[in-house]
Design a protein around this ligand. Structure first.
Ligand code: GDP
Length: 424
């Protein structure tokens, strides 16, 4: 039996989805433990190209049971669309291969609405939310003002609970934002539609996972976003509203006693970031456009152009530490092949001093990147499948990053396809 978490080291979009898709071969269960439908994992395999938002990436493997744990923001609407989308490409999602925790809280339709209203109120001070309702959802969850998915199984109690919440929520909608109030009819119609659709998948996933553990099954924990977007350890307030770090995996999955044997941290060979907030290594102008094009850096959920820059060793080292990574997957090395010199953000300058330490969030806007370069390889590496196939300059780049971040790089990916990977 072994437990493994696959997590992002940076700002998200590191390529976690493709790593989970690859690694699931050796696992029986894949669990998503936090976040909602606000980010996208892109997976390309023999069944096609998929952008997963809430479904665990193990959904493509026969025999793998996928779990949405109690820590996720259960957006029934977005989940249902996703189930339909993958089904249209021949991937069947049934209560046998998808189990949803009855303790996952429901993202209610007003959460999405409130997200949009608050971003509009903030205007040029907005957080860059994907407007999927994640921040209003988690604030309500921690205020105990939403419902658990399992309540769908008890309609009478659910109705009474929702009536209380509706009364409370309308105070905010009407008095704070001057918006239309919700009605019970509209809310119950939503429940009758989407609630009914996800009901067959609900169960006590905690009991399921405990049994899987007792049976010696291999469990994979899948994160959304990266360490720098973690609510507690990231670039607050430009973080997500949940804990993306591996340490939260046992709690958010429903198996609080789980020990993680391996933590695979996913790092991109350069940096990208979606949304607002400090991004010290950011490039602008033509060189940014070129890197964005080469890496096809457009949001999987929103299509927004991502901000890009060179690999940031300061942020990456910090991310590795926050995650407690035991192994690193360095993705998208092929994207850098067009460069004659490979840029690296090696240190920051904060307050006139150079530093290797990732600054406290309030100091980040003043941090300046100190860049160095290494020789490029300037040839196509996308067909490399063994370490020896990589040009020496590419090997040296990987080894340099490995030394600087203090963690073994066990995987190097050179293309988006499942097989475009070197295992070291
Ligand atoms: P995730 O949310 O961390 O899974 O990352 P995303 O799916 O948002 O972004 C990763 C993107 O890079 C996807 O479009 C992948 O298909 C693509 N990708 C992953 N690995 C590689 C790679 O090694 N090379 C190239 N060129 N693309 C890759």
């Amino acid at each position: 039996m072994s437990n493994c978490a696959i997590v992002g080291i940076n700002w998200g979009d590191e390529g976690k989805g493709r790593m989970v898709d690859l690694v699931t071969e050796g696992y029986d269960v894949v669990v998503r433990y936090q976040g909602g439908g606000n980010a996208g994992h892109t997976v390309i395999n023999e069944k096609g190209k998929f952008a997963l938002h809430l479904l665990p990436s193990g959904i493509f493997r026969a025999g793998v049971v996928n779990v949405l744990g109690n820590g996720v923001a259960l957006d029934c609407e977005s989940l249902w669309t996703e189930i339909q989308d993958v089904a249209a490409k021949g991937v069947s999602v049934t209560p046998e291969n998808l189990k949803i925790s009855d303790r996952a809280s429901l993202l209610l339709p007003w959460h999405r609405e409130l997200d949009g209203l608050e971003e509009a109120r903030l205007a040029d001070k907005k957080y860059g939310s994907t407007k999927q309702g994640i921040a209003p959802f988690y604030s309500d969850k921690y205020q105990k003002k939403t419902v658990m998915a399992g309540e769908l199984l008890y309609p009478e109690r659910l109705r009474a609970h929702l009536a209380d919440l509706l009364e409370w929520k309308n105070l905010t909608l009407e008095r704070v934002y001057g918006a239309e109030p919700w009605t019970m009819e509209r809310l119950m119609a939503w429940v009758a539609d989407y609630g009914e659709k996800i009901k067959p998948y609900l169960c006590d996933t905690g009991a399921f996972l405990r049994q899987a553990q007792a049976d010696g099954k291999n469990i994979l924990f899948e994160a959304q976003l990266g360490a720098l977007r973690d609510l507690d350890f990231g670039i607050y307030p430009y973080t997500t509203s949940s804990n993306a770090v591996a340490a939260y995996a046992p709690v958010g999955s429903g198996l609080p006693s789980a020990k993680l044997d391996e933590i695979i941290g996913v790092v991109k060979a350069y940096s990208s970031c979606v949304g607002e907030g400090p991004f010290t290594c950011e490039w602008s102008g033509e060189k940014a456009d070129k890197l964005r094009e080469a890496g096809a850096e457009y949001g999987a959920k929103t299509g927004r152009p991502r901000r890009v820059g060179p690999i940031d060793l300061v942020a990456t080292r910090y991310g590795v530490q926050c995650q407690g990574a035991t192994n690193i997957a360095l993705t998208k090395l092929d994207v850098l092949s067009y460069m004659t010199e490979i840029p690296i953000c090696a240190r920051y300058e904060v307050d006139g001093h150079q530093t290797d330490a990732f600054p406290f969030p309030a100091l980040l806007p003043e941090a300046k990147p100190i860049e160095t370069t290494m020789p490029g390889w300037n040839c196509d590496i996308s067909s490399a499948r063994k370490w020896e196939d990589l040009p020496e300059a590419a090997q040296k780049y990987v080894e340099y990053i490995e030394r600087e971040i203090g963690c073994h790089i066990g995987y190097v990916s050179v293309g988006p396809e499942r097989e475009a990977i070197i295992v070291r």
